[in-house]
Design a binder for this molecule. Structure first.
Ligand SMILES: Cc1ncc(COP(=O)(O)O)c(C=O)c1O
Length: 437
């Protein structure tokens, strides 16, 4: 008898917000097969984790080889060859140049933990208490990370008071800016948000008390929103002017997802601190905080740490991920397939009036559903289309955006054009089914 989720549900906290009852037995490449043998095209990929798809042979082998040698001894007490090598390899691809290159790394276990670590580092290195975060952001679910998360008040519900000393500024998303700024006017939105940030520093948050401004260079959970470069460049200038550290959360946007190793490289802006997670451990829990040696030197020794951070098996997987990215040209493929995907979606948008916006960069692309001819969010469209895709087309997908109307195309970065076409074909069938209702 195949296992049924229903029989085990009672043992799991209802706080697990599960989008399906699917019990996944195996995953290979683009596909997951459930314990009943039903195969699903997986366009969630562990929530943007599997850059090389499920169970890439090279990553599996690296994990198996290291697991047979040493699984855990704690990086606080001993060093592991895989983790040391991973630190060196990652430092070589770090953003920045010279003294500003982020070559000093701290390993942790998940994205939220990296966010907390980055906040602690920024406070410790500057001796300043305040953090500025962006509306529309998602940085994770620990208390620290929730405190700087502004993508949906639901994540904060029941947890106030959260960490103190956090101030908010808008990110240049359409829904966070005045209606008078046109949807296509990215520069207008950048100007507005920079003005709001200047005002925040003038009226509320004394600049000399601000340790850091934290943001995703491209917002993920908040709706796959890429800002105009002027915004990130302007924030960098404001940080430099006041000695504020700039933290970029590249947990979702990093490791080639946008067609460059780091999303920040699209904007030519280098942060002082960067956080990465998701893809870094090839599906095993790992994350990392990156900074310059000078900033890391100001993080008081022993005031932060973790039992599992830098785990040798995760690091072995991480080295294999870097090999696969390089050997299989995943970054270039993400750029090419991302451009192709966006072009096809923009064509599709002409055929379907509920698709109000196509946005993102590379394989970090989303569609937004609205009432035809308006920007009035249509959350029913997303829930219908998600369900239709799962039940009728056997394709797993997930959403984004505070209004529940954003559709994320999360593909592995080694996806082929015919596979992109298959995803698009299924997607369009679901859109058409909703419109025909
Ligand atoms: C940009 C960003 N930061 C942080 C996180 C939190 O990562 P984790 O769920 O591994 O704690 C996420 C997760 O979706 C994310 O997308």
């Amino acid at each position: 008898m195949p296992m049924k989720f229903e029989d085990y549900k009672q043992y799991l906290s209802p706080v697990f917000s599960k989008s399906s009852d699917l019990v996944a037995g195996e995953g290979h490449g683009l596909y997951i097969t459930d314990v009943n043998g039903v195969k699903y095209l997986d366009m969630i990929q562990g929530i943007a984790v599997n850059v090389a798809g499920h169970t890439h042979p090279k990553i599996v082998k690296a994990i198996q080889d290291q697991a047979g040698k040493l699984i855990h001894a704690s990086f606080n007490h001993v060093n592991y060859p895989t983790t040391l090598e991973l630190a060196k390899r990652l430092a070589s691809v770090a953003p920045g140049e010279g003294e500003k290159k982020l070559t000093s790394l701290f390993f942790s276990n998940g994205g939220a933990e990296a966010t907390d670590s980055a906040i602690k580092l920024a406070r410790c290195a500057t001796g300043r208490p305040l953090i500025i975060a962006c509306q529309g952001s998602f940085h994770g679910r620990t208390v620290g990370a929730t405190s700087v998360t502004g993508s949906n008040s639901h994540y904060r519900e029941a947890y106030e008071p959260l960490m103190g000393g956090v101030y908010w500024t808008p990110f240049p998303q359409r829904i966070l800016c005045p209606d008078s700024i046109d949807n296509d006017d990215l520069e207008g939105r950048a100007d507005y948000c920079l003005w709001m940030l200047e005002n925040l520093l003038k009226f509320l948050a004394p600049p000399k008390e601000v340790a850091a401004i934290i943001m995703e260079p491209i917002q993920g959970e908040g709706g796959y929103v890429a800002p105009h470069p002027k915004f990130l460049k302007g924030v960098r200038e404001i940080c430099d002017k006041h000695g504020i550290l700039l933290i970029f959360d590249e947990i979702q946007s990093g490791f080639g997802r946008t067609g460059k190793m780091w999303a920040s490289q699209h904007f030519d802006v280098v942060p002082d601190i960067m956080t990465t997670g998701k893809a870094i451990g090839g599906g095993l829990p790992m994350s990392c905080v990156w900074s310059t040696p000078a900033i890391m030197d100001r993080w008081n020794k022993g005031t932060h740490g973790t039992t599992f951070g830098g785990n040798p098996v995760c690091a072995a997987a991480g080295l294999a991920v870097l090999d696969v990215i390089e050997e299989e040209g995943l970054i270039e493929n993400s750029r090419v397939m991302g451009d192709y995907l966006q072009k096809q979606l923009k064509e599709m948008q002409k055929r379907h009036k509920i698709i109000a916006d196509i946005r993102g960069i590379g394989l970090m692309t989303a569609a937004e559903f609205c009432k035809p001819g308006t920007f009035e969010p249509d959350a029913n469209a997303l829930s219908f289309i998600t369900k239709y895709l799962r039940e009728e087309e056997h394709m797993l997908t997930t959403g984004c955006g505070v209004n529940g109307n954003g559709f994320r195309f999360i593909m592995p970065l080694n996806i082929k054009q015919e596979e992109v076409d298959l995803c698009l074909e299924k997607f369009e069938k679901a859109v058409a089914a909703y419109e025909a209702k």
